[in-house]
Design a protein. Structure first.
Length: 138
């Protein structure tokens, strides 16, 4: 199945966009294992992120409905800051595309704990702040 929208990241939810959360452009390596099979994508990158999911750029997208184990390290807020802890969570492939310009898959997160959800929200807010699409909370 191909996504009717471009996988290019946007920082706002435009009218007609079915996503309820803003997406933010990133370029993060991601370990992506098909749950239960151990298949790993060695050359996969997150190219956009929201609190609900990610787009994973890969030459070999998995079928819709595939459950994944995901792991990535978010960017540091400043160059002098130590790298943040790695985040590990699960997700489900909601759509995929084999488009020559941007092959990959859209993955919706499955949050296993309130602590994981809170950490993900903090990461997305920091990325939004770094790309200038959100002001810091006061």
């Amino acid at each position: 199945m191909t996504d009717p929208e471009s996988p290019t990241a946007e920082s706002s939810t435009a009218e007609g966009n079915r996503r309820s959360e803003a997406r933010h452009a990133v370029h993060l390596e991601v370990d992506c294992n098909s749950a239960g099979t151990g298949d790993t994508f060695l050359y996969a990158f997150i190219t956009d992120i929201s609190s609900m999911g990610i787009f994973i750029r890969t030459e070999s997208p998995l079928p819709v409905g595939t459950m994944l184990e995901l792991g990535f390290t978010p960017p540091a807020a400043t160059k002098s800051e130590l790298p943040p802890r790695r985040l590990e969570l699960t997700g489900e492939v909601m759509w995929n595309t084999t488009s020559a310009s941007a092959p990959g898959m859209g993955v919706r997160f499955h949050h296993t704990s309130p602590k994981t959800r809170q950490r993900l929200l903090e990461i997305v807010r920091a990325i939004a702040y770094l790309d200038g699409s959100e002001t810091p909370a006061s």
